[in-house]
Write a protein that binds this ligand. Structure first.
Ligand SMILES: Nc1ncnc2c1ncn2[C@@H]1O[C@H](COP(=O)(O)OP(=O)(O)OP(=O)(O)O)[C@@H](O)[C@H]1O
Ligand SMILES: Cc1cn([C@H]2C[C@H](O)[C@@H](COP(=O)(O)O)O2)c(=O)[nH]c1=O
Length: 221
C-alpha cells in the first residue's frame, strides 16, 4: 500500500529548484528524520545516474530526440522501482528534483515530440504514478539561463546549451501544465530572492500536506 507522499520540484533551467530544495531539507530534516527522502531525476540510483551521464554529456550531439525521451523514461522507471515506490510504501515523504512534467515540457514541447505523446510514453514507465504536489518554480527562461551562465559555468549540460527558443517552448509548456492541473501544481515566484522562494515553498507544502507540518511550518513527525 502506498501511504507516503511525493512532492516534485519543476521549472526551467536555473529557476533555483535545487537551491530551494536544499534549504527546505535543512528546515524540515530535523523533524522528519528517516521519513524524508530527497532525490532527483534523471538519477537517484546507480543505473539512473549512469543514464543521466549519457543524456547530459555535451559530447553526445548525435542523440536523437526520441532516444533522449526514452532514456529519461528509462531512468525514471528504474528510479521509481528502486527508490520512489519503496519509499512511498514505507510511508516516507519523497522530495524529487524534477519528474514527468520535465519530460512533457522538455521533450514534448522543447524537442517538439508532442506533449501527449511524451505523456503516453511515460505511462509505461510510471504505471500512472503521479506526484501528490508539484512546486513550479516560475522564472523567465532567460533569467534562469543567465543565473547558470553567471554562477554555474562548470556544470552546463547538453540541455542548458540549447537555443533560447527551446527554453521558451519549455517554459510555455510548463505554464500550460500549471493551468491544466491547478489542484496538483502550485506556482512559486522564483524571481524572488532565494530566502523568499524557500518561505513560499514551505508555506505551500504546509497548506497542501498539513499532516507533515505544525502551524509554524515545522514538521510534526
Ligand atoms: N532566487 C534566486 N535568485 C538568484 N539566484 C538564484 C536563486 N536561486 C538560485 N540561484 C542561483 O542560480 C543558479 C541556479 O540555481 P539552481 O542550480 O538551484 O537552479 P535549478 O533550478 O536547480 O537549475 P537546473 O534545473 O538547471 O539544475 C545557482 O547558481 C544559484 O545560486
Ligand atoms: C527529468 C528530466 C530532465 N530534463 C532536463 C532538464 C535539465 O536541463 C536536465 C537535468 O539537469 P538538472 O541540473 O538536474 O536540472 O535534464 C529533461 O529534459 N527531461 C526530463 O524528463
Amino acid at each position: 500500500m502506498v501511504t507516503g507522499k511525493l512532492i516534485t520540484f519543476e521549472g526551467p533551467d536555473g529557476a533555483g529548484k535545487t537551491s530551494a530544495l536544499q534549504a527546505i531539507v535543512a528546515e524540515i530534516q530535523p523533524q522528519l528524520g528517516d521519513r524524508l527522502v530527497v532525490t532527483r531525476e534523471p538519477g537517484g540510483n546507480q543505473i539512473s545516474e549512469a543514464i543521466r551521464q549519457i543524456i547530459l554529456d555535451r559530447h553526445n550531439t548525435a542523440m536523437d530526440d526520441r532516444t533522449e525521451a526514452l532514456l529519461y523514461a528509462a531512468a525514471r522507471r528504474q528510479h521509481i522501482v528502486q527508490k520512489i515506490l519503496p519509499a512511498l510504501q514505507a510511508d516516507q515523504l519523497v522530495l524529487c528534483d524534477r519528474f514527468i512534467d520535465s519530460s512533457i515540457a522538455y521533450q514534448g514541447a522543447g524537442r517538439g515530440i508532442g506533449e501527449q505523446a511524451v505523456y503516453d510514453m511515460n505511462q509505461f514507465a510510471t504505471e500512472g504514478l503521479t506526484p501528490d504536489l508539484t512546486l513550479y518554480f516560475d522564472v523567465d527562461a532567460a533569467v534562469g539561463l543567465q543565473r547558470i551562465q553567471t554562477h554555474r559555468q562548470n556544470e552546463i549540460n547538453r540541455l542548458d546549451v540549447e537555443a533560447l527558443s527551446f527554453h521558451h517552448r519549455v517554459q510555455a509548456a510548463y505554464l500550460a501544465l500549471l493551468k491544466q492541473h491547478p489542484e496538483r501544481i502550485k506556482r512559486v515566484d522564483a524571481s524572488q530572492p532565494l530566502a523568499q522562494v524557500v518561505t513560499q515553498s514551505l508555506a505551500i507544502m504546509q497548506t497542501q500536506l498539513p499532516q507533515y507540518f505544525t502551524t509554524e511550518g515545522k514538521s510534526k513527525i
